[in-house]
Design a protein around this ligand. Structure first.
Ligand SMILES: [Zn+2]
Length: 679
């Protein structure tokens, strides 16, 4: 199961897998899996590999054309970006909230510019951060789910500034922004990107690594400490440093004294704690003498539902509770000290602003505009900038994705049941004014069509999505699924089971709840129950290759080999490159006494990894079953020579010798195997 809330690793890799699967779907059709024999298996695996390489590393297109107009100099302003995760604008002191103390943010706003009406395009952490760092709408950069690689054709802030001679570094507070796993490509252009340790996600056998800290999340003060340590070793500027503080993201567990002080509103306690880390970082920059000439930007990646519209956290909806974020910009020399701008602006405007302050030419494809004109002219006369919001997060659960337009004091939400809000009279978006074909609805639809025209083809909701459930009808289920993810993240299996069962009471046909419950029972060793849940999950979502593989696993473990074979064949048809599924299918064919098909599977697996022990032993066994003793012998001899303590290898070696009538050799191998098995 995944780690915390958004950090559901299995889902994330599923997303990556589905991307790859889409890339190869045409080729797969040509190959014709209905006629799957060895050649087709091999070809499928090769295609998957090439596609994966292409998806991760992309075609050889770079960003060499941009950002070459200025010569870097010692006077180039440093750039410091601070993103505070899950930060609602209306929970920050300088935004008028009375129940929290945020002295560092308030002081920075007093030294800079505070944008009262700043909005994110996405309520999802990695999608939103990539928008901030590329200046592109989610559908344009394409990273609309976890694990989807950022295509090299999209240039990042770090790449642009590095080309100008900036020293670049990023310090992240959560594993969801780890470029080795859930945010591939986000590290591009950074000299140093502070990923999480590779093995840190798995609790060790003693349960010692159960704690979330350091495994999936770092405290803001740790993030800042790491940034300061890096800075101390890289004194020569100019610098571009991005610091990400994950703390206000749930679960809300601020450290002392914030835990005690905010015990009745812990979300605010997390914000106050993050603010204390901002204070530490700003004090460090002042002491280092780089504060005055720097541009410092603080923003949130999205807000938090806090129960509004039934949403506890964020991701599913596009209401202001999760789209309205703080934006504070301190310009070099504090040239705009204390300014407050009420014009509506967006997170896509952040990169163009950084580029205009540093004098770096902007790539032509950016979707936002620099904020500087709002500062340098009479901002009151400036027009609000339209906000195009997107979330594909509901698709994870099989629900309709949403699109929103916030323009002209109105919110238009495109959903199976559309929504229209007058934000002046109804800022909490409680009274849906939608009626078909009114002039206002038509005007908003026409305006949204202009935004959609900027997106790559097929990035908006398709016709098929209209038949998907409206997320509004599913929010209760989603809240339980979220609770279950948090519980399994903390290894509270029984709690997770209870939450998943509650989700199923609300929606007996939730493929996500069924799959997670299946995974939970599989891990707990109740294979019959696991198979029952996973079977239903697969019926509801037949293209879920992971659930189909897990169904194969559950059936194999409960002794239903024919059922396991069918499930594993289906899973591999969806994702031919799955090594564990391929090996398991080989073993299942051996159980079914179908050595020819077993051999095909093991040979296909060895094409992916020629040194895989399980694949090598499986192939040898399949050959022996077909009386091809001479075929099996050379690799078994090599295998047992390299791994002389492998009893299973020695047993097979003995069978091969015996088949070749080399009784002495067979006996010797058996004796060695028996000696090892005794230990
Ligand atoms: Zn976030």
């Amino acid at each position: 199961m995944g780690s915390r809330s958004e950090v559901c690793l299995s889902f994330s890799f599923l997303a990556l897998a589905s991307l790859i699967s889409r890339l190869i779907s045409t080729l797969e059709t040509v190959i014709g899996w209905a006629l799957m024999r060895r050649t087709a298996i091999f070809l499928g695996i090769i295609v998957v590999f090439l596609s994966a390489v292409n998806a991760v590393f992309g075609p050889a297109v770079g960003a060499a054309a941009w950002g070459q107009t200025t010569t870097p100099g010692k006077s180039s302003p440093d750039v410091y970006l601070i993103t505070i995760d899950t930060l609602r604008a209306d929970h920050v002191g300088c935004y008028g909230y009375k129940d929290v103390e945020t002295p560092a943010l308030d002081a920075l706003a007093a030294d800079g510019v505070r944008f009262t009406e700043a909005f994110t395009h996405s309520p999802i952490t990695n999608t939103s951060h990539i928008t901030i760092l590329t200046g592109l709408l989610p559908s344009v950069h394409g990273v609309t789910d976890f694990g989807v690689p950022l295509s090299p054709q999209h240039v990042t802030a770090a790449e642009l500034l590095k080309k100008q001679g900036y020293q670049t570094a990023a310090f992240i507070g959560a594993v969801i922004l780890d470029s080795n796993t859930l945010a591939p490509g986000l590290d591009r252009g950074f000299d140093f990107y502070d990923n999480f340790p590779a093995t840190a996600d798995t609790p060790d056998a003693t349960g010692k690594n159960k704690e979330r800290w350091g495994r999936v999340e770092r405290r803001a003060m740790t993030v800042v400490d790491d940034a300061e340590a890096w800075f101390d070793k890289h004194r020569a500027g100019p610098h571009f440093v991005w610091v990400h503080m994950y703390d206000p993201h749930d679960p809300y567990e601020p450290p002392s004294p914030f835990l005690e002080k905010y015990k009745d509103h812990l979300y605010d306690g997390e914000i106050a704690y993050a603010d204390s880390a901002v204070a530490n970082w700003i004090a460090f920059l002042k002491k280092a003498g780089v504060y005055d000439n720097a541009i410092i930007i603080v923003t949130g990646d999205h807000g938090e539902g806090l129960g509004e519209h039934g949403e506890d956290t964020h991701g599913l909806f596009l209401y202001d509770s999760t789209l309205h974020i703080p934006l504070i910009v301190k310009t070099p020399g504090a040239a705009h000290r204390g300014a407050v701008i009420d014009v509506q602006v967006r997170t896509t405007d952040i990169l163009p602003t950084i580029l205009s302050v540093t004098g770096v030419a902007a790539p032509p494809e950016l979707n936002g505009e620099s904020l500087l004109p709002l500062l340098d002219t009479n901002a009151g006369a400036a027009a609000n900038r339209e906000l195009f919001g997107e979330t594909d997060y509901p698709l994870r659960w099989g629900w309709a994705p949403l699109r929103a337009l916030r323009a002209d004091g109105t919110k238009w939400i495109e959903a199976p049941r559309p929504e229209l809000y007058d934000l002046q009279s109804d800022p909490k978006e409680l009274k849906n004014l939608y009626a078909p074909a009114t002039a206002k609805v038509q005007a908003m639809q026409a305006e949204m069509a202009k935004w959609k025209a900027k997106l790559p083809p097929q990035s908006g909701p398709s016709k098929a999505d209209e038949s998907l459930p409206d997320p509004k009808d599913k929010i209760g289920v989603q809240n339980f699924l979220h609770d279950a993810m948090l519980a399994s993240d903390d290894n509270r299996t029984n709690d997770a089971r209870v939450f998943l069962e509650k989700a199923l009471q609300l929606d007996p046909n939730s493929p996500s709840a069924l799959r997670q419950l299946g995974e939970l029972e599989l891990a707990a060793g109740d294979f019959a129950k696991a198979a029952a849940h996973l079977k239903r999950a697969c019926e509801l979502r037949p293209d879920d290759s992971t659930a189909t593989f897990e169904l194969g696993e559950a059936m194999e473990k409960s002794g239903d080999f024919a059922g396991a074979r069918d499930a594993l064949e289906s899973s591999l048809k969806l994702q031919p490159g799955q090594m564990p599924a391929r090996l398991l299918l080989g073993r299942v064919y051996l159980q079914l006494k179908d050595a020819k098909n077993a051999q095909d599977q093991f040979e296909a697996a060895l094409l992916v990894d020629s040194n895989n022990s399980e694949g090598r032993l499986g192939l040898a066994e399949a050959q022996i079953e077909q009386h091809d003793f001479a075929g099996a012998l050379p690799d078994l001899e090599a295998f047992t020579k390299a791994d002389p303590r492998n009893a299973a290898g020695l047993r097979l070696l003995a069978r091969a010798y015996r088949g070749l009538h080399r009784e002495q050799d067979a006996k010797r191998a058996e004796e060695r195997a028996a000696a090892l098995e005794k230990k």
